[in-house]
Design a protein around this ligand. Structure first.
Ligand SMILES: Cc1ncc(COP(=O)(O)O)c(C=O)c1O
Length: 410
């Protein structure tokens, strides 16, 4: 990241700099967002004072309404189920402090979003145990694999953490798989945390005309089955008070830098505990006000979500057409804004060296190691490419990627 930040691409001021397609940021809606946010960005005298740590009542009400409109929860959410904080990362840390003890472990289907390690371990000293997916499906995790991880752990296992939609695979768990996790958790007394930070970037469902032509795609060995998005609270859960979720504004509203995340839980005990220590993670009062301004206009908000997903689908197709034309296998996606590509055929370089060559060639994408992949031939030499950037930038970075790969072949 230091190499990337110190030599950041800019079309005018640093055209030879490194293009960052490694960080999961969506840059496709700057005009719409800045217009909306700047309408409410004057700071008032009231906002110079302390605000409520878990977020204002207005904001928590609007978040509950948004999630009720889009996530179809079995039991309607209200502000009492919600605590707002400065990002899903810090809030996972709070969950870690509230739900587990130092030295506990949690099962995480792997490869998994690398931030989970820092989020759950640095503050709360909880350890992730990666559980492998089945050989032919990147999101299929069977009970035997979960049992094995549980049995082999030298630490007390207390929970399961899932990202749905999944990062790095850019696709969603099936309802059956989610219930398998939840039933397994219930039968072993584990807590489930489901991170749904990409839940409103589920472009395959949100957009119309979303057919992806598969004909010329080289399939990967882990393609498995693509499933519809199922928000976890829309299911009949075996243990709703021990199932907690995260959602946030970084991804679905493209506001990574404003730092806003949300914990959602039906457990009064857990929400009370989170609220008590939310002084560690509270958001600034003017950001709270900006979010209320955005979300209270339901028409604007729901249109924004649809338009964003149309743009994501368009870029996904643009990127996958290009990958197909260059015979690069990828895991087919339906959510989020990244694609997991298979670069095993790119030559004999190991993943790290290949990654460095790509950086030298001016493009930063994330290697599988960033997702705690296993150090095996099959799990290494995969890379995650983010596609939520202007197509001109995407094209330039792809040209750079193909040039490095061509040179390696030569
Ligand atoms: C699955 C997942 N959870 C959490 C985060 C971090 O979110 P935030 O910016 O709200 O801290 C990310 C960021 O990439 C992510 O991919």
């Amino acid at each position: 990241m230091t190499i990337v930040r110190n030599n950041k691409y800019h079309p005018k001021t640093n055209p030879n700099g490194i293009i960052n397609l490694g960080t999961a940021e969506n840059k496709l809606n700057n005009v719409e967002l800045l217009g909306r946010i700047n309408e409410a960005s004057t700071v008032t005298a009231e906002q110079l004072l302390y605000g409520p740590n878990p977020g204002s009542d207005r904001l928590r009400e609007e978040v509950a309404l948004l999630l009720n409109r889009h996530f179809n929860p079995k039991i309607l959410l209200s502000k009492e189920n919600i605590c707002v904080g400065n990002g899903c990362g810090p809030l996972l840390n709070l969950y870690g402090q509230v739900l587990f003890d130092d030295g506990d472990a949690v099962l995480v289907p792997g490869p998994y979003y690398g931030g989970f390690h820092a989020d759950i371990n640095y503050g709360s000293r909880v350890y992730n145990i990666s559980v492998p997916h089945s050989e032919d499906d990147c999101l299929k995790v069977d009970e035997t694999a979960l049992e094995k991880a549980l049995k082999e752990s030298t630490r007390p296992v207390k929970g399961i953490i899932i990202a749905n939609p999944n990062n790095p695979f850019g696709r969603c768990y099936s309802a059956e798989q989610l219930l398998l996790f939840c039933n397994f958790a219930k039968s072993h007394g584990l807590i489930v945390i489901c991170d749904e930070i990409y839940g409103l970037s589920t472009w395959k469902e949100i957009t119309e005309n979303n057919i992806e032509k598969d004909a010329t795609r080289i399939k990967t060995s882990i393609d498995g089955k693509l499933s519809r998005y199922t928000p976890i609270f829309s299911l009949d859960l075996p243990d709703p008070v021990n199932t907690h979720t995260l959602w946030g504004f970084s991804k679905d509203f493209c506001l990574n830098g404003l730092r806003i995340g949300v914990t959602i839980s039906y457990s009064k005990v857990v929400i009370d505990a989170i609220q008590k220590i939310s002084f560690l993670t509270c958001i600034p009062t003017n950001i709270d006000n900006i979010l209320v301004h955005m979300l209270s206009d339901h028409k604007w908000t729901d249109n924004f979500i649809i338009n964003n997903n149309r743009k994501l689908f368009k870029n996904y197709i643009h990127l996958t057409n290009s990958l197909k034309a260059h015979n690069i296998p990828y895991v087919k996606g339906n959510a989020g804004f990244f694609i997991y590509i298979d670069l095993h055929k790119a030559g004999k370089l190991n993943e790290f060296d290949l990654w460095m060559k790509l950086l030298e060639g001016g493009v930063y994408i994330s290697p599988s190691q960033a997702f705690f992949s296993a150090d095996t031939e099959s799990e290494r030499n995969w890379f995650r490419i983010c596609f939520a950037v202007e197509q001109s930038e995407l094209n330039l970075s792809l040209d750079r990627l193909y040039k490095v790969l061509d040179n390696l072949k030569k």
